[in-house]
Ligand binder design. Structure first.
Ligand SMILES: O=P(O)(O)OC[C@H]1O[C@H](O[C@H]2O[C@H](CO)[C@@H](O)[C@H](O)[C@H]2O)[C@H](O)[C@@H](O)[C@@H]1O
Length: 280
């Protein structure tokens, strides 16, 4: 499938519609709900997203944002507190799982639950200036996320080259501290082991007793969620996997049922889904 128009003809899409108000919709943030920009601090949610998410939530069991970002940060960038208010009006819940599922916020509870930072993270952060110099990438931007640290190369002169030089250096540094390395779009993150978007999504499915799942993502950190949804499909659950396509990352294109044109395409697809669910 290439476009939302043909998606509506697929058996996977038809099965999703039949799941109706038992459907869990889970969405990545950066590159999916928010267009990619050079400065991560100003990566605002797509202007149509609040209205689209509120409309969709009235037709399904729950809407979740599952992100590598800290939950508080994505709440601010997405205006998700207000979106949660709108979703609450239809008796539904908005859930935000931050830091790859380690943090949780919901529009019913309205507080972020977060574990302690993993052992080894502080020592790695202290060592980063030396590691960046070793990779000839001293200008990389370091984003401290509390439970993780991200090294960004997007604003460097040669983002891809710096990324490639940093990858082996940071892989070793993470491994010696029993931490997980998460490569992404011009970013390398180091975080705790044992949690990923796939584990997080499985838990949500159980919690909401969902009988169908839609997941939309764009980057390598979304692969575990794609794999979890594929496993649910093999178990017989109606599912749909949508890739928010870019020229930068192609891995999910091969795993997806449908590829749409970035966050604009995601909005178009979710509007169509909402209309089709309301009609069924
Ligand atoms: O799981 P996600 O919601 O996709 O978050 C993954 C990481 O996204 C952010 O970085 C990415 O978006 C930035 C803003 O558009 C962009 O400048 C950067 O190159 C991208 O990698 C964020 O900064 C990370 O903390 C997230 O974990």
């Amino acid at each position: 499938m290439e476009q939302p128009h043909s998606a509506s003809a697929s058996p996977e899409y038809a099965a999703l519609l039949r799941a109706g108000d038992r459907l869990l919709v889970a969405l990545d943030f950066d590159g999916t709900l928010a267009p990619i920009v050079e400065n991560p601090d100003v990566a605002l949610i797509h202007p149509e997203a609040p209205e689209v998410l509120a409309g969709l939530s009235a037709q399904v069991r729950a809407v979740a944002v599952v992100t590598g970002r800290p939950a508080r940060q994505v709440l601010a960038l997405g205006g998700l507190d207000d979106v949660g208010d709108a979703i609450g009006e239809s008796g539904r819940e908005l859930v935000v799982l931050g830091q790859y599922g380690n943090e949780r916020w919901s529009s019913n509870a309205r507080r972020v639950v977060s574990p302690k930072p993993p052992a080894g993270l502080a020592s790695l952060i202290g060592d980063l200036p030396r590691l960046l110099r070793r990779a000839d990438a001293a200008e990389a931007w370091i984003e401290e996320k509390g439970l993780a640290v991200a090294v960004h190369t997007r604003r460097m002169a040669d983002p891809r080259g710096a990324f490639e030089r940093l990858l082996p250096v940071l892989t070793d540094a993470a491994k010696t501290r029993n931490l997980t390395l998460e490569p992404g779009r011009m970013v390398i993150e180091i975080r705790s082991s044992g949690m990923d978007k796939g584990v997080a999504l499985r838990r949500l499915v159980e919690e909401y007793d969902a009988q169908g799942v839609l997941f939309v993502g764009d980057d390598l950190g979304d692969v575990p969620a794609f794999e979890a949804v594929a496993a649910l499909r093999r178990e017989g659950m109606p599912t749909l996997l949508v890739c928010s396509g870019s020229d930068e990352e192609s891995t999910l294109r091969d795993l997806a049922d449908l590829v749409v044109a970035g966050p604009d395409g995601v909005m178009e697809f979710l509007r169509r889904l909402t209309a089709d669910l309301a009609r069924d």
